[in-house]
Design a protein around this ligand. Structure first.
Ligand code: ADP
Length: 592
């Protein structure tokens, strides 16, 4: 979070409030994460876990169904073979089967559809092999000691486990005993091991799956695909199952020989007592779940990251707006402060101007009386005459100066005439420039104008604007004192968004120091020599522009120059009627 804040601070302009905006940014971002990304991840993970759980459960059930169906299938095959043999013992007598050739016909009939039987033999109650059809030399062999022989005599039907016997190859037999007049005899068939194995493995269990049968002692009854050989001891746990099918997940040996999690299903056959085992690597059995889970999570994380990134940008944008608003509010506050300062000083100035006006007017009238009287009087002293005329001229000049100062003071306090009319600002600026050109040239300063040809006309007070521009240009020329050359660039631009025009007056003069920057609009603040500056110019400019509904700002670099920017609305907010009222008020304080 701190890093995000830093990121914001880095992109924000360097100002002293930078840290607090960085803090705000961190707070907003944290809120967004807590309120949107957090719940999204929570819901996403929850749904994903729920989906995984149910899909796993479905896969396990499917696996269980598969094991059960397959057990039935294997059982069905063994039952079918047993039934065929039983039917033969009931439909064919011992004598018939012992007639040479008859057993072969029966054997071929049994294998008509597929080679399910390897051989077929008839054995008497002493264990002697009376007749035999098959690939081995087993005729006349005696099975009296064989396990299966004892079992079949006892049970009537017997399916053996895998054993090697006389042929010394793994096989199992199905034997049926029948009692006839002469005693018991047995029909015995050997099931084709390969056919049986193919049948057992006839189930779809992917790349890593295997199916096999083990007997109750854990001996493989078919060759498993990966884990061992037929008739070997299997590592599988032999247990009595409460349920018909048991499915579980165990740590076993994978198809590649490494240890891994496996899904395993077990089910006991009825007869013989063999356990059907189906195994598959866990990763393969659940690969689809893992895949869909991965995709879900990828989408979830992409969504979370997108929300985070978008909210970061939105937050940054919002904090920027807040910062701009704060700055604007700060500027407005400053201007308000300035305006209120000016208002009270304006009142004072108006009073002073009024008080000074009267004595100055009397001085002026008395001077005129003296001059008139002097003209009528014959004065012979030439020196006195010249001195008198000089003094009167001096008095006239100084009263004029006083008039100018009081006029400025009254204008500062807004007690002057104001008239709003349509104005072509570009032409107006060219006129002002022409007026000031001679003075500028003497100081080695030249004017550059960049006037927007599409600038619309504005409604404003021409005489007040004239004073503003004259003040600003005079200051700009003064700022080149001590320099032999320089320039004043005046530019105009239509500010469509702001609904007004923008005028900039930039000079290459001395610039304003940082300490003075906050004071230049204060009334009576001047850095000029006594008698040269009154310190009223900029405060008058400020008041006039404010009064016209615009604003004035300044940028300056010490030693580089200064730029004043003025915004004026297309229509000045001063109402003529209000100004008329002012005129009346002003009439109380006539300027001489
Ligand atoms: P005055 O011109 O009588 O001093 P102003 O109110 O017009 O009064 O200006 C106040 C002060 O602001 C000036 O004395 C000067 O220090 C500074 N100033 C104004 N304009 C400029 C400028 N263009 N370049 C440098 N300083 C300026």
């Amino acid at each position: 979070m701190r890093w995000f804040g830093k990121w914001f601070e880095r992109i924000s302009d360097g100002d002293q409030n930078r840290q607090s905006y960085g803090h705000l940014f961190r707070k907003f971002t944290l809120l967004t994460v807590v309120c949107s990304v957090g719940p999204l991840l929570l819901v996403g993970w929850g749904l994903n876990a729920y989906h995984t759980y149910f899909t796993k459960d479905r896969v396990m059930r499917q696996f269980q169904g598969q094991v059960e169906n397959h057990r039935r299938f294997v059982e069905q095959f063994l039952k079918e073979q047993s039934s065929k043999l039983r039917l033969l013992t009931y439909t064919h007598s011992l004598d018939f089967l012992l007639v040479p050739g008859n057993l072969r016909v029966v054997y071929e009939n049994m294998n008509r559809e597929y080679q399910s039987i390897t051989d077929l033999g008839v054995i008497d109650h002493t264990g002697r092999h009376l007749a035999y059809v098959g690939p081995y030399d087993l005729l006349d062999r005696n099975y009296a000691e064989a396990e299966w022989f004892k079992e079949v005599l006892h049970k009537g039907l017997y399916i053996s486990d895998m054993f090697t016997g006389f042929r010394e190859e793994p096989h199992f037999i199905i034997a049926i005993s029948r009692s006839e007049g002469k005693g018991q005899w047995i029909l015995r068939a050997t099931v084709n091991t390969d056919v049986f194995r193919t049948l057992v493995e006839n189930v779809r269990i992917g790349e890593t799956g295997e199916v096999y049968l083990v007997n109750s002692r854990g001996i493989y009854q078919t060759s498993p695909r990966f884990s061992g050989e037929i008739m070997e001891k299997s590592p599988i746990e032999i247990e009595d199952l409460k349920e018909t099918v048991k499915v579980g997940i165990v740590n076993g040996v994978s198809s590649k020989g490494s240890s891994s999690k496996q899904i395993i299903g077990k089910s006991w056959l009825d007869e013989p007592r063999w356990l059907l085992v189906i195994k598959q690597d866990y990763s393969e059995a659940f690969s689809e779940i893992h895949h869909s889970r991965r995709i879900n999570l990828i989408f979830l994380y992409i969504s979370a990251i997108s929300i985070l990134v978008v909210s970061l940008f939105i937050t940054r944008y919002m904090v920027k707006i807040i910062r701009n608003r704060d700055e604007h509010a700060g500027q407005l506050n400053l201007q308000l402060l300035q305006a209120s300062k000016l208002a009270s000083i304006g009142e004072l100035a108006a009073g002073v101007a009024h008080e000074i006006n009267n004595p100055v007017a009397i001085i002026s009238t008395e001077r005129q009386l003296l001059v008139d009287q002097f003209k009528k009087t014959k004065v012979e002293d030439e020196i006195f005459r010249t001195q008198f005329i000089d003094s009167m001229d001096q008095i006239a000049a100084q009263t004029k100066r006083c008039k100018r100062i009081t006029h400025n003071l009254l204008r500062f306090s807004r007690r002057t005439h104001s008239l709003v009319e349509m104005l072509d600002l570009n032409n107006f600026i060219l006129e002002v420039v022409e007026l000031m050109e001679r003075e500028a040239k003497t100081s080695g300063v030249k004017f550059i104008t960049e006037l927007d040809a599409l600038l619309p006309s504005i409604q404003s007070d021409i005489s007040q604007l004239q004073q503003v521009f004259l003040n600003l240009i005079t200051n700009a020329i003064d700022a080149h004192e001590g320099k032999s050359y320089g320039s004043i660039r005046i530019a105009t631009k239509y500010d469509e968004g702001g609904g007004g025009v923008l005028i900039t007056i930039a000079d290459t003069g001395t610039g304003i120091s940082k300490e003075n920057m906050n004071r230049i609009f204060d009334p009576f603040f001047t850095t000029k020599a006594v008698g040269k500056g009154t310190g009223l110019g900029l405060s008058i400019c400020f008041t006039i522009i404010q009064n016209l509904g615009g604003n004035i700002t300044v940028r300056s670099e010490k030693g580089e120059g200064t730029e004043f920017a003025i915004f004026l609305p297309l229509i000045s907010r001063i109402k003529v009627s209000e100004e008329g009222k002012m005129d009346n008020e002003f009439a109380k304080y006539p300027i001489i």
